[in-house]
Ligand binder design. Structure first.
Ligand SMILES: NC(=O)c1ccc[n+]([C@@H]2O[C@H](COP(=O)([O-])OP(=O)(O)OC[C@H]3O[C@@H](n4cnc5c(N)ncnc54)[C@H](O)[C@@H]3O)[C@@H](O)[C@H]2O)c1
Ligand SMILES: [Zn+2]
Length: 589
């Protein structure tokens, strides 16, 4: 479908409490367009408040009126149309709306919605939520109703996360989205020019790899493929990492090019599957794969032997064979779990990483570390098992919760800090556009960050030669913070950000790093919204947890430090006093 007709209207949808009507009004003012709210139209037409229509005539009648109002609204031009939160669920409405305009969904977490509906008069409750609020567990009801609509909300042209924005900021985001979409001539995915392949990946070809396999992959890299961000080349497997905006559409095609066939079993978490599951299933079926899906609950607890066994059972039941394919669709938790199953079921099946979180795109999906947690410790059971390809569609980040997204930037920044000063400069110059997920820059940042990780793991596949250790920059203190708070308080990237500040300060104390560099890193982390210190934690708890850190070899901790921005060093001669002094600094308010 061409966009030209569609850019002439904007349709704003989203759950109650996301500010649809207020935002639509503001957007209309900004674009100098008309504004229309379908609920208001229905009230005008029937001369009854919506609650009364529901009460007297029933929901079916309301939906009928709504359909009719939407049909009329769709004939407008240059109009911002706010529609009721449930309207888009109706396929007839969706079809009309999708032809009439660009649809933008306003997102908010259930908790935000709940708080807004209760506390903020501006978000006056719409009809459908009043009964929810009267319920004795309104938050849970909001969660349920929202979850039941999530797959419809995912079917839109753009999503704006409103949790941390005010009405005019949301309106600005909507206008920006409209401009971006307008500049694309039709709705084929925007795929960004190929990222410079790092020279290094050519230099570090794994010696054990058969020449033919190496040549094939290089040929693919040359011919195919502007979507290749980098190659991971290890002794056991060479594979491309594809990064692009809207790239999911090409998953089937890329898999066929990688000579994969048979049945694909998608392993995914509930959140991600409700957003992208049916889309990915459709893409794979269109490419000729038979598809089964196994969906697990989100959350780190799922990364367990119990769930691995559930997946084995599913594979046995569906008679999966050695040449069939496992697809990990989700964040790092899913990648680790699905990869572990792929590594062990039938002594190893081909598998594909389709990372959907920032952490997974730039870190977890690359390098073949797979595994599950043991009640006594994270990632205690696992293997090195490389995927056949990684495909990261940066567009999926538009639905990633804000805090997860922010946390992911810590690993991106880390990659720049240890190996690539130029990349740090790029991040510094583009913070705003990157945090707003501008497609082209986002793709570049992720491709580059993934390439840095690929380069490191290609040199030290199994973490035996110590080269992979440099990826632990910021992680020694981070593990201390995470363990001291039972993995409940910080997201991993948040702890890593604080840990990076600590490692830089330590580097400064050892006379390795100038204070300007310490400040430069701190400023960058802050601009991405990451924490750079902590409060309310005893230092003893943290150091105790740090000594338990499994990366500790013999007695001395191997500290990953900086000599300069982009230049990493490892030191084992750091005294306990220095570490304590740094922790003290981090703990200061
Ligand atoms: N194998 C490795 O080398 C490696 C490296 C780093 C981390 N990890 C592992 O990765 C896990 C952390 O990964 P993570 O940060 O991606 O966490 P995660 O997989 O738990 O995902 C975080 C949350 O975001 C949701 N989500 C993911 N993508 C989404 C999307 N596009 N839209 C909406 N919601 C989405 C998930 O459902 C989940 O609730 C940990 O288990 C960690 O041990 C592994
Ligand atoms: Zn990490």
């Amino acid at each position: 479908m061409k966009l030209d007709r569609r850019i002439s209207n904007l349709i704003i949808t989203g759950f109650s409490g996301t500010g649809k009507s207020l935002v639509a009004k503001e957007v209309a003012r900004g674009l100098n367009w008309d504004f229309l709210d379908t609920d208001d139209e229905i009230v005008k037409q029937t001369d009854k408040p919506i609650a009364e229509i529901f009460r007297q005539d029933g929901e079916a009648k309301f939906r009928e009126l709504e359909r009719e109002t939407i049909r009329k609204a769709c004939q407008q031009r240059q109009t911002v149309i706010a529609i009721g939160g449930g309207a888009i669920v109706d396929p007839q409405n969706y079809e009309l709306l999708a032809k009439a305009g660009l649809i933008v969904c306003l997102e908010a977490k259930p908790k935000t919605i709940y708080e807004r509906l209760f506390r903020e008069a501006a978000y006056s409750p719409e009809t459908e939520v009043r009964p929810l609020l009267a319920n004795d567990n309104p938050l849970e009801r909001i969660r349920q109703l929202k979850a039941s609509r999530q797959s419809y909300y995912a079917n839109v042209d753009w999503t704006v996360h409103t949790d941390n924005l005010n009405i005019s900021q949301v309106a600005e985001e909507v206008i920006r989205a409209w401009r971006l979409l307008r500049s694309a001539s039709d709705d084929t995915p925007i795929v960004i020019a190929r990222h410079e392949m790092p020279k290094q990946s050519q230099e570090y070809l794994a010696p054990g790899l058969p020449r033919s396999a190496r040549n094939d992959i290089k040929k693919a890299a040359r011919n195919d493929d502007k979507d290749i961000a980098c190659l991971v080349e290890t002794a056991t497997q060479s594979y491309p990492v594809f990064v692009g905006y809207g790239l999911l559409d090409k998953l089937g095609e890329k898999m066929k090019k990688a000579a994969l066939s048979g049945t694909a079993t998608i392993i995914s978490g509930e959140n991600v599957f409700s957003l992208y599951g049916s889309k990915v299933e459709g893409i794979l079926k269109d490419a000729g794969f038979a598809v089964n899906s196994f969906v697990v609950p989100p959350g780190e607890e799922t990364k367990s032997m119990d769930y691995a066994i559930k997946i084995y059972d599913f594979l046995v039941e569906h008679r999966a064979e050695r040449d069939d394919i496992i697809i990990a669709l989700g964040g790092g938790m899913i990648g680790d779990l699905a990869g572990f199953v792929a590594a062990t079921f039938l002594r190893g099946m081909p598998w594909i990483q389709v990372p959907t979180s920032l952490v997974a795109m730039v870190d977890a999906s690359i390098g073949g570390k797979v595994g599950v947690n043991h009640p006594e410790g994270k990632n205690l059971i696992g293997a090195f098992y490389q995927p056949n390809l990684v495909l990261a569609d940066c567009q999926t980040l538009t639905t990633l919760p804000q805090r997860e997204l922010t946390s992911g930037w810590a690993e991106v920044i880390k990659h720049g800090m240890i190996l690539d000063e130029e990349f740090v400069q790029f991040l510094e110059s583009n913070v705003n556009r990157l945090t707003k997920l501008e497609p082209e820059l986002l793709t570049r940042a992720i491709a580059r960050s993934a390439a840095i990780k690929a380069q490191v793991v290609s040199q030290d596949e199994k973490e035996r030669e110590g080269k992979r250790t440099i990826l632990n920059y910021g992680h020694t203190i981070a593990h201390g913070l995470e363990a001291a708070t039972q993995y409940k308080r910080f997201l991993h990237g948040e702890a890593v950000a604080i840990g990076m500040v600590g490692a830089a300060k330590l580097s400064q104390r050892l006379g390795l790093l100038p204070s300007a560099a310490v400040e430069r890193q701190q400023a960058l982390l802050q601009k991405f919204g990451l924490p750079t210190g902590f409060s309310g934690l005893g230092l003893a708890e943290i150091t105790r947890a740090m000594e338990l850190d499994k990366k500790t070899k013999e007695k001395a901790i191997r500290w990953v430090l900086l000599q300069d921005i982009g230049k990493v060093v490892i030191r084992s001669d750091v005294s306990q006093q220095e570490v304590l002094a740094v922790l003290q600094e981090l703990a200061e308010p």
